[in-house]
Design a protein around this ligand. Structure first.
Ligand code: NDP
Length: 478
């Protein structure tokens, strides 16, 4: 079926979304999409070839003239309708993402539907400023859309991460080829359906699926102007190298190993419980997860008791069950990685003080939460992104040591600090070399810039700052 009104659910397994319609892929290879809770196959998508990538980029290039030439009020109205058509699909999107990668359904509703709606509405609001000009001496400085964007998005928060790129790029006047992770491709097609219903011109958003090549083809493509990638730091490095051919602008949202610093005067129970919650959210598959808990050495035993208490409250099970708080890991491969780190931690001398390393012997890619003590900064479990429900507790003797430990990481994505003295916590936060810091549990703000220092990435997503990666500045001398 290629009819422009065909829904994503009716799409054939052989089809991609190119130029506003379901388009037959050139290649014959398919990727099977597995539900990690049931291990059943829930769909198939094409493994895109070079011809498919070229077709999607060509459609985006053709649409660029139309979309970038559309007035800002008209573009803004399309963005607002895009947000509404996502809201209309709230239950379908949440359900599909939960089936694709195992996020508990309640969290899916919030992160895969409600959050994307507010993120797009936020971008629409900031579009009013795109027309503003700056006068510098004899120059008039204007902002213009950067061109065709290649967006390569991961599986852990698939719709939220796609919208952070696609919404911002479209708001800026760019057109997009989106390549979602092969783990969560079906929800990206549902997003495309929502965009089409909103009246986005044909070709302004294209969705191609692939595994093991399509991403690199996009990053290398001479007709892609901007590449925006979220995923591991190791692949981010390769994306940057592949983009160098035509000097693409590259924005990268990469890994993290964030510190949760509990200062001695903090409300200990709140700091530890909230810290555990943050690490276990989405089964630990969160780039900002506060996976290193830094606590004063004299409070270590109290902290461990609180971690055990928090772990006992976890309901591990069917992510479609409303009472479940933790689902499976997204893939069998991810479970292998996480189990590998748990073994490595024990070999390195860390001690499992909370949770359990017992394997899950039923269906589904589940792991149980693990809390390590006796962890030192040099250990791999304290330095590398694990992407699973594994918390490391490290101890410090004074505040300056805590700060040095917090900053002793190649990453700099996120972090937290707790103190009954908010000014003290704020001063500490200012010294942390990370893109985000939560003070006393301050909540995630989708209007605030999101991104990392050091090897956690380049650029910022979300809110007003999130548009910058997709804009060029032009100075006209008069
Ligand atoms: P990555 O998330 O690191 O990257 C996979 C994606 O990158 C695929 O879409 C792939 O496309 C693309 N890609 C691979 N090579 C290139 C290249 N040279 N140029 C352009 N694109 C490329 O891998 P995984 O999903 O396998 O996850 C591995 C680990 O990454 C996880 O265990 C986790 O630790 C971390 N991760 C971190 C995330 C974060 O938010 N920080 C999110 C997800 C994962 P193709 O298959 O077509 O080549």
């Amino acid at each position: 079926m290629t009819d422009a009104t065909t829904s994503a659910a009716e799409r054939e397994p052989s089809q991609l979304f190119i130029d506003g319609r379901w388009a037959e892929a050139f290649g014959r290879d398919r990727i099977r999409v597995e539900d990690p809770a049931t291990e059943q196959i829930i769909g198939e998508v094409p493994d895109a070839t070079k011809e498919d990538v070229d077709a999607a980029v060509a459609a985006a290039r053709r649409a660029f003239g139309v979309w970038s030439g559309t007035s800002i009020p008209e573009r803004k109205a399309v963005l607002q309708r895009f947000a509404s058509s996502i809201a209309d699909r709230r239950e379908a999107l949440a359900h599909l993402v939960t089936r694709e990668m195992g996020t508990p359904i309640g969290l899916s509703r919030i992160v895969q539907a409600d959050l994307p709606v507010s993120v797009i509405q936020g971008f629409a609001k900031h579009m009013d400023q795109l027309d503003e000009v700056e006068h510098v001496g004899n120059s008039t400085v204007v902002q213009e859309p950067a061109g065709v964007v290649g967006a390569i998005t991961p599986w852990n928060y698939p719709i939220h991460q796609a919208v952070g790129k696609v919404g911002a790029a479209l708001a800026a006047g760019c057109t997009v080829v989106l390549k979602p992770s092969e783990v969560t491709p079906l929800s990206a097609f549902l997003l495309a359906e929502a965009a089409r219903e909103a009246g986005l011109p044909d070709g302004a958003l294209n969705v191609i699926t692939g595994s093991g090549g399509a991403g690199q083809l996009m990053a290398e493509h001479p007709d892609v102007d901007v590449i925006s990638f979220t995923g591991s730091t190791s692949v981010g490095r390769r994306v940057l190298a592949a983009s160098a051919g035509n000097m693409k602008r590259s924005s990268l949202e990469l890994g993290g190993k964030s510190a949760n610093v509990v200062l001695p005067d903090a409300d200990l129970a709140t700091a530890v419980h909230r810290g555990v919650e943050h690490v276990l959210e989405n089964s630990g598959q969160t780039c900002t997860a506060w996976t290193r808990m830094l606590v004063p050495v004299h409070l270590r035993d109290d902290v461990v008791d609180l971690i055990r208490e928090a772990f006992e409250a976890v309901v591990l099970g069917d992510p479609l069950d409303e009472s479940t708080t933790m689902g499976p890991l997204a893939t069998a491969r991810q479970r292998e990685i996480v189990q590998g780190y748990v073994e490595t931690g024990q070999q390195e001398g860390a001690i499992v003080a909370a949770g359990s390393t017992d394997p899950w012997d039923a269906i589904g890619h589940y792991v149980r939460p693990v809390g390590f003590v006796n962890v030192h900064q040099g250990m791999r479990i304290a330095r590398e992104e694990i992407f699973g429900p594994v918390l490391s507790v490290l101890t410090y003797s004074d505040e300056s040591e805590a700060l040095a430990m917090a900053n002793d990481s190649v990453y700099g994505l996120s972090g937290a600090v707790w103190s009954s003295d908010r000014d003290r916590a704020y001063r500490f936060a200012r010294k942390m070399r990370t893109g985000q810091v939560s003070v006393n549990g301050g909540s995630f703000n989708p209007e605030a810039p999101f991104g990392g220092y050091k090897q956690s990435g380049i650029g910022r997503e979300l809110g007003r700052h999130g548009l910058q990666d997709f804009l060029e500045l032009k100075a006209i001398q008069l």
